[in-house]
Design a protein around this ligand. Structure first.
Ligand code: NAG
Ligand code: NAG
Ligand code: NAG
Ligand code: NAG
Ligand code: NAG
Ligand code: ZN
Length: 508
């Protein structure tokens, strides 16, 4: 071949290489790759003996990625019986998204035991939550042998703690900067709390690596209760964050008003009154009582959140330190609505500090203010109903759809047939559907003191007549033999259950 031909080939190949690289960059490299299937790899490197320190009392300083990584590794080395460290994936810039399990059984899921989680620092410049979770890890592990409450919690709960969902953003955020957007976004400039699929509105934001990792994570572990920690206000804000009725896009509105702070003004409390008319409509879930309660558990166990004081004169104040998310202001693509609608996980957004990134000398006070609330909130997972769905042979039924009647946001059983639902004391009806089985419903009562244990047996659809003759659940009061079970999930969010199965197949 002539040299000219070689040059031409090289130019063409080179052009395509550059083109594809550029396309991949623009699309977001990680988002574009099929996500590697999530497997908590408990890497032996995390048990480096050298990391074990006899008195690893955590300092009240901010911990950048390197220091945070040292800390969680050293904790897993020091407390191998109470902690397990894993990563759910990497940030855009390649930092690990660390999760520390704190539990009496950190490596093994005890069948029947609920999983809960905390996620902090998804806005990289909202830094207090990140430090609170590091202190929480230390507090829980060190208190296990000395504090009966903590021991009970760790004996009965698997707690997953992610101190930073946006480690890249944190690295460029500045200590002492209370407002603004530097470090808020991930390394590609995306707001991670606007990056999730949305039930009410189409979300066209390009899927980011950090979001994808979290979606894989929450699809593999059935979290029952969780919170995500933010800064810029002092309030516990619960779903829905979005509502079907907003007519004006929030970011558009801010753009019109030409503010230079933030993309969407979540924490721009000064402007709140201007927008009040657009934001005052609550968007309530069918679990409003539960959300209001668990948000209150945080705010009333917090030193001052429940007082509902405004961050500064004229700023928004919240009765009892809690609010419905959309009543404050609606947003599309938030993580808490996603957790709840897609996975039935009760997630609350907790704004811990008026200043997003206060100076480190204030951290001891923040820890003192939040410690009890952080612990008590997680214990709320031990109320409501739980149990197993099994077939006639006593084998677990995986992926059975469950809902509590009147609460049409459903959830699914795990591969062990487990389910959990946080409910306040009262009488309820549970409805269970699984392919190939007759639908099942059952009345039950929830009391204040302990969760109701309720196992449900499903009968093959072919055995219908047989099934209706025998008393399938002996313990249930008001069992109506032969009553026609509902043919499917119905109600004001009736489309959710079918959408969820579609979404599962799309997003894995
Ligand atoms: C962990 O548990 C094992 C078995 O109970 C025990 O032998 C070991 O000493 C424990 N290790 C630590 C560091 O507590
Ligand atoms: C605000 O308006 C000024 C003048 O119209 C313009 O130069 C500036 O870019 C605007 N800022 C934003 C954030 O839109
Ligand atoms: C939306 O608007 C309809 C009709 O105006 C109203 O009935 C409904 O309650 C509203 N929903 C929310 C969540 O605000
Ligand atoms: C605030 O909390 C009190 C005490 O729990 C309760 O009675 C009241 O209804 C709450 N108010 C709001 C608006 O949530
Ligand atoms: C419910 O099922 C679980 C798992 O099979 C079993 O361990 C438990 O004893 C059952 N509880 C009741 C009340 O039947
Ligand atoms: Zn935030």
């Amino acid at each position: 071949m002539k040299p000219a031909m070689w040059y031409l080939i090289m130019i063409v190949v080179g052009f395509f290489y550059v083109y594809l690289t550029a396309v991949q960059y623009i699309r977001g490299q990680e988002a574009n790759q099929p996500p590697t299937s999530y497997q908590p790899h408990y890497d032996p490197q995390y048990y480096d003996e050298n990391l074990i320190s006899s008195s690893n009392t955590l300092d009240f300083e901010y911990h950048n990625y390197a220091k945070m990584t040292d800390f969680v590794r050293s904790m897993s080395a020091t407390y191998p019986n109470l902690t397990a460290l894993y990563s759910i994936g990497k940030s855009v810039q390649g930092r690990e998204l660390w999760v520390m399990v704190v539990s009496a059984s950190p490596y093994e899921h005890i069948v029947g035991q609920p999983n809960v989680k905390y996620v902090a620092n998804m806005h990289g410049n909202e830094a207090v939550g990140r430090e609170m979770l590091l202190h929480l890890i230390e507090y829980l592990t060190k208190s296990y042998t000395t504090d009966d409450y903590v021991r009970w919690l760790l004996d009965n709960t698997r707690i997953h703690i992610m101190p930073s969902m946006n480690p890249d953003g944190f690295e460029v955020a500045k200590e002492g900067v209370c407002r603004g957007g530097q470090g808020r976004y991930n390394a590609r400039g995306f707001d991670l709390n606007r990056n999730f699929p949305d039930y009410f509105k189409q979300n066209n934001k390009r899927n980011q690596a950090e979001t994808e990792a979290v979606k894989q994570w929450v699809s593999k572990i059935q979290f029952v209760l969780s919170a995500n920690l933010h800064g810029g206000a002092l309030v516990a804000s619960y779903p829905f964050d979005n509502s079907p009725n907003t007519t004006l896009d929030w970011s558009q509105l801010l753009h019109i008003l030409n503010t230079t702070q933030g993309k969407d003004g979540r924490e721009e409390v000064d402007y709140r009154s201007v927008f009040q008319q657009f934001t005052s409509t609550p968007s309530l879930t069918p679990d409003e009582d539960v959300f209001r309660h668990i948000a209150g558990v945080y705010s009333f166990n917090h030193a001052s959140m429940h007082l509902g004081l405004p961050c500064k004169p004229g700023a928004h104040s919240f009765s009892n330190g809690t609010t419905n998310g959309a009543a404050w202001y609606p947003l599309t693509g938030g993580m808490q609505d996603y957790n709840y609608v897609w996975h039935g996980c009760m997630d609350v957004t907790i704004e811990l500090s008026c200043c997003k990134y206060p100076t480190a000398d204030q951290l001891p006070k923040f820890w003192a203010d939040n410690k009890k609330a952080l612990v008590r909130y997680l214990a709320e997972v031990h109320r409501g109903v739980r149990g197993f769905v099994k077939d006639e042979q006593g084998r677990p039924v995986e992926g059975a759809s469950i809902k509590i009647r009147g609460r049409d946001v459903g959830f699914q059983t795990t591969k062990y047939g487990e389910y959990w639902r946080v409910l306040l004391p009262g009488r309820y009806t549970i409805e269970v559907y699984a392919g190939g089985f007759d639908p099942r419903e059952e009345d039950f009562t929830v009391v204040e003191t302990n969760p109701t244990l309720l196992n449900l047996t499903l009968y093959r659809a072919a055995d219908r007549h047989e099934a209706q003759r025998r008393p399938s659940y002996v313990g249930g009061p008001n069992q109506q033999q032969g009553a026609a079970p509902q043919s499917g999930i119905s109600g004001f969010l009736s489309s959710i259950s079918s959408q969820i199965s579609n979404v599962f197949s799309i997003f894995g």
